[in-house]
Design a protein. Structure first.
Length: 298
């Protein structure tokens, strides 16, 4: 009896207790977050300071066509050359500038317009809410690819056309998010107290509700930018994005698809850059969103 009781009360040392996989995953998330943040920092700096980097012009041939990566040709040809001998490294760097500019401007513009509409709908309710909600639902119901293809067919394919189309895609999502958050915050005690004290609508929206609505919406920005980069790459792949000779990651994939059997790296290099960049944006956005939610519930 004594032995069995002693065995039942025995506690395994902490070093021998196997922690759940969720705890180990939680500990690995900060490392993955910092790696993703570092990659995004490298991509942003490369795009901003592209003309000062030793990568050469993106439109000039630097060697023989379809030269494999890590071959001869120096640093400019470290990722190989495309079908006409242009540096894939240079074109990826300058393509990062185009993709990031389009994704960031379209995301920020859609964020500003959608948040404003959502604030108005969630605060005033009534007819304002009905009109804005119907417009947002109608835009969400329209297939995104069809909308982008239609705009590209009507307008000349250019960076301005991409910005208009991609901005229209993200406005309804931010509108619905801002509306839901505004409706939740507008019923809080401090908002009701400000309204009872005679504060005007503008003051209540800008001083009481807006500071609480903007942070949760801003945490979705990296995920939205990642989706916009994929959309821009898809349109460029279809030939409806940024017109050549300006490089874009989707356009590089489209230009190299005929050589995928003889020189697969011509397609794999820009595809890998898109994958890592979009994955990094999603990791950063997911980390910020979960951290904000945790702090908000604390």
């Amino acid at each position: 009896m004594t032995a069995s009781v002693g065995h039942a009360n025995h506690v395994a040392p902490a070093s021998l207790v196997k922690r759940p996989s969720t705890e180990r995953l939680r500990e690995s998330r900060p490392l993955l977050f910092y790696v993703a943040l570092g990659w995004l920092g490298v991509i942003v700096l490369a795009g901003v300071f592209a003309q000062w980097l030793p990568v050469g012009p993106y439109g000039e041939a630097i060697g023989p066509p379809k030269q494999a990566p890590f071959g001869s040709g120096g640093f400019e040809a470290i990722l190989g050359t495309d079908n006409i001998g242009r540096s894939l490294l240079s074109r990826c760097v300058y393509g990062a500038r185009a993709s990031l500019v389009i994704g960031t401007i379209a995301g920020v513009t859609g964020f500003a317009i959608g948040s404003t509409l959502g604030l108005l709908a969630g605060y005033f309710r009534g007819r304002v809410d009905v009109v804005i909600t119907v417009l947002a639902d109608a835009m969400l119901a329209f297939p995104p690819l069809i909308l982008l293809l239609g705009l590209s067919a009507v307008l000349t394919p250019s960076m301005q056309t991409l910005l208009i189309g991609l901005t229209l895609l993200v406005i309804p999502s931010f509108t619905r998010l801002a509306r839901a958050n505004t409706m939740a915050w507008s019923s809080r005690e401090f908002v009701l107290a400000a309204r009872n004290m005679g504060s005007g609508h503008l003051r209540i929206i800008t001083r009481e509700i807006l500071p609480n609505v903007i942070p949760p919406l801003a945490t979705y920005m990296p995920i939205v930018i990642a989706a916009l980069i994929v959309a821009e790459g898809s349109l460029s792949f279809l030939g409806l994005g940024i017109p050549p000779p300006t490089p874009s990651w989707g356009g590089m994939i489209a230009a190299g698809q005929d050589s995928i059997e003889s020189a697969p790296f011509v397609v794999l290099v820009p595809a890998a850059v898109i994958f890592v960049t979009v994955f990094s944006f999603n990791v950063v956005g997911d980390h910020l969103r979960k951290r904000f939610d945790a702090s908000g519930h604390a």
